[in-house]
Design a protein around this ligand. Structure first.
Ligand code: F6P
Length: 319
């Protein structure tokens, strides 16, 4: 393989730049030319791509976002759009592609592979919802950002004796809420994977006050409930004073943590070496501290469950 391209697609996440940098530098070491595609699949359709060298990826390992840009493309969801994108790659003589993104982006990668492009995917999303990998690039940074918010909210919740609700991202998945909630000592963690009733939440809060707790932290995954609505319900039902913080896109930004930079660099190296060795239509995942190759068809469209052990432990520790 003599020429490959790299693309970031879908929602950005901290660590994408570290992954691009590693793709470029490993490929150059293998004597392979690398092109960068701007603005996700939209850029592939618009033929917005250019050759990268070692210097193009200098000074980016520490930066959040993605210097290539990213997008969610409606046109790429159509066969016509996918064919146009594949034709552009072929016109440039690009034989292989590293796609860094979440479930939607990897699904797009699978569709491109069906049009004859050799693809290796890297799981890049703060949500940690990709099947076939213990961790996704960006998750650790996002969880640490959420944890920082929880720590700060705890100070003011404690000063005022309030119920503080923190809504975190994660789409239909509760990994960010569970991990940040457990690490932040939340009293209640609400995730989409575990049904709950608002009345039970109120009951638990009232009981904990009677046991001497002066304030409460509730972490709500965006896929479980609206924290704003729940906060209103709790104050109406219990008379407790509630405040709500929806921390939103702050979780998507910031300098990637050590864990995310290492994960991105390791997965990216493995992706390039797989392409060079003639393996494709795979995603590089991280399982039990090892990089592993997972068929891309297995990685997409499946739901990765939260760890029930973590959920159980969070409940035990919230007493
Ligand atoms: O998939 C990453 C994510 O940040 C989700 O947690 C969130 O639901 C969604 O993207 C937000 O998307 P957008 O940036 O398009 O608003």
């Amino acid at each position: 393989m003599k020429k490959i391209a790299v693309i970031t697609s879908g929602g950005d996440c901290p660590g994408m730049n570290a992954a691009i940098r590693a793709v470029v530098r490993v490929a150059l070491t293998c004597g392979v030319e690398v092109w960068g595609i701007r603005n996700g699949y939209a850029g592939m359709i618009d033929d917005d791509m250019a050759k990268l060298d070692s210097r193009s990826v200098g000074d980016i390992i520490q930066k959040g976002g993605t210097f290539l840009g990213t997008a969610r493309s409606e046109e790429f969801k159509t066969l016509k759009g996918q064919q146009k994108a594949a034709d552009n790659l072929q016109a440039h003589g690009i034989e292989g592609l590293v796609v860094i993104g979440g479930d939607g982006s990897l699904t797009g990668a699978k569709q491109l592979s069906e049009l004859g492009i050799k693809i290796v995917g890297l799981p890049g999303t703060i949500d940690n919802d990709i099947w076939g990998t213990d961790y996704t690039i960006g998750f650790d940074t996002a969880v640490n950002t959420a944890l920082d918010a929880i720590n700060k909210l705890r100070d003011t919740a404690s000063a005022h004796g309030r119920v503080m609700l923190v809504e975190v991202m994660g789409r239909a998945c509760g990994w960010i809420a569970l991990t940040a909630g457990l690490a932040g000592g939340a009293e209640i963690i609400l995730v989409p994977e575990q049904p709950f009733s608002s009345d039970d939440v109120c009951k638990k809060l009232v009981e904990s006050r009677s046991k001497g707790k002066k304030y409460s932290i509730i972490v709500v995954a965006e896929g479980a409930s609206s924290a704003i609505d729940l906060g209103k319900y709790i104050s109406a039902k219990t008379g407790l004073e509630t405040r709500v913080s929806v921390i939103g896109h702050i979780q998507r930004g910031g300098a990637p943590t050590v864990a995310d930079r290492l994960l991105a660099s390791r997965l990216a190296e493995r992706a390039v070496r797989a392409l060079v060795d003639g393996r494709s239509d795979i995603m590089i995942g991280y399982q039990s501290n090892q990089c592993v190759e997972v068929p891309i068809a297995d990685a997409v469209g499946k739901k990765k469950d939260i760890d029930p052990e973590l959920y159980r432990l969070a409940d035990v520790l919230s007493q």
